[in-house]
Design a protein around this ligand. Structure first.
Ligand code: PAF
Length: 292
């Protein structure tokens, strides 16, 4: 596995590989890798793509500086895991490689209402930060395919929009959320939970499933949502930023459930001071391609 730290070395390597006719698969990460990330690498490799992974904890997407400071960093085990799974290249830039003129003056992306809803409402500026770093990484790596996890549902929508804004030829591949046997969605943030917290966090997915099951019983959506929130708060979750059933493309709330609607249940909660997100799509098709 090749390990590079500078943008120029990466660009030179990419140019050489493209001249040889290689197709590139790219997995951007912030490290603290888990099996969800590894499944993205495996997916890229299974498509015979030269597989590039970046590890960069991007400060511009953290609206809460203490969240940034506490973001788990496990670089040595990350490198071992990437090597074991057969990653071709890992890019480990520092801040100056990504933001040579500092983080101050950054482009603004027209993400429409996507950046005001749900995550966007509770993490102002977050998706602009995600776009800033992904835009730069895409320019450096020029991947044929970009692999993202569906666990960050709204981020997938935002990056799909970014690709459309850039008129990029890169194909977005959304991979399923990987879960612990308990149902807890794999996340780097889970590392910060206690053992008891990890067990309790499995309730997030249980609540999403309970709401899905009851949707067909004609009970009003707001009652199902309120009941779900009550279960979590009574179990000791400290705060619920949102638990909503939304239309899968626009992410606008759905007031009346119809099974043919493309919808998704989205949730963000706090447990042991750690913010956890999850989702349950109630859809048939790959909706992400519709932006391009
Ligand atoms: O999902 C993440 O880990 C980050 O938001 C990403 C896409 C690597 C951008 O920093």
């Amino acid at each position: 596995m090749i390990l590079l730290k500078t943008a120029i070395e990466l660009q030179n390597w990419i140019t050489k590989q493209k001249l040889k006719g290689a197709k590139i698969g790219f997995i951007p990460t912030m490290g603290a890798l888990h099996n969800g990330h590894i499944s993205l690498i495996t997916n890229s490799k299974s498509q015979n793509l030269l597989t590039v992974c970046s590890i960069f904890v991007n400060p511009t997407q953290f609206n809460d500086s203490s969240d940034f400071e506490k973001y788990p960093q496990t670089i040595e085990s990350d490198i071992l895991a990437l090597e074991k799974v057969g990653t071709d290249l890992v890019f480990l830039p520092d801040l100056a490689q990504i933001y040579p003129s500092g983080t101050g003056q950054q482009p603004i992306y027209n993400l429409g209402n996507l950046e005001n809803l749900l995550e966007g409402k509770y993490r102002p500026g977050h998706f602009q930060g995600v776009c800033q770093v992904v835009d730069k990484l895409l320019d450096l790596v020029q991947p044929d395919k970009l692999f993202l996890g569906q666990k960050d549902f709204q981020q997938c929508m935002v990056i799909s929009k970014l690709l459309a804004l850039k008129q990029s030829q890169t194909e977005l591949v959304i991979c399923p959320t990987l879960r612990e046997p308990s149902g807890l969605a794999m996340s780097s943030r889970n590392m910060r939970l206690s053992e008891i917290g990890r067990q309790k966090a499995a309730m997030i997915f249980q609540v999403l499933n309970q709401i899905q099951t009851k949707l067909n019983t004609q009970q009003p959506i707001d009652q199902l949502i309120e009941a779900g929130k009550k279960v979590l708060l009574e179990a000791g979750f400290e705060r619920i930023d949102y638990l909503e059933l939304v239309e899968a493309q626009s992410l606008e709330p759905i007031a009346h459930w119809e099974p043919q609607k493309q919808a998704v249940l989205l949730i963000a909660v706090y447990l042991e001071g750690i913010r956890l997100i999850d989702n349950l799509p109630l859809i048939n098709d790959n909706i992400f391609l519709q932006f391009s």
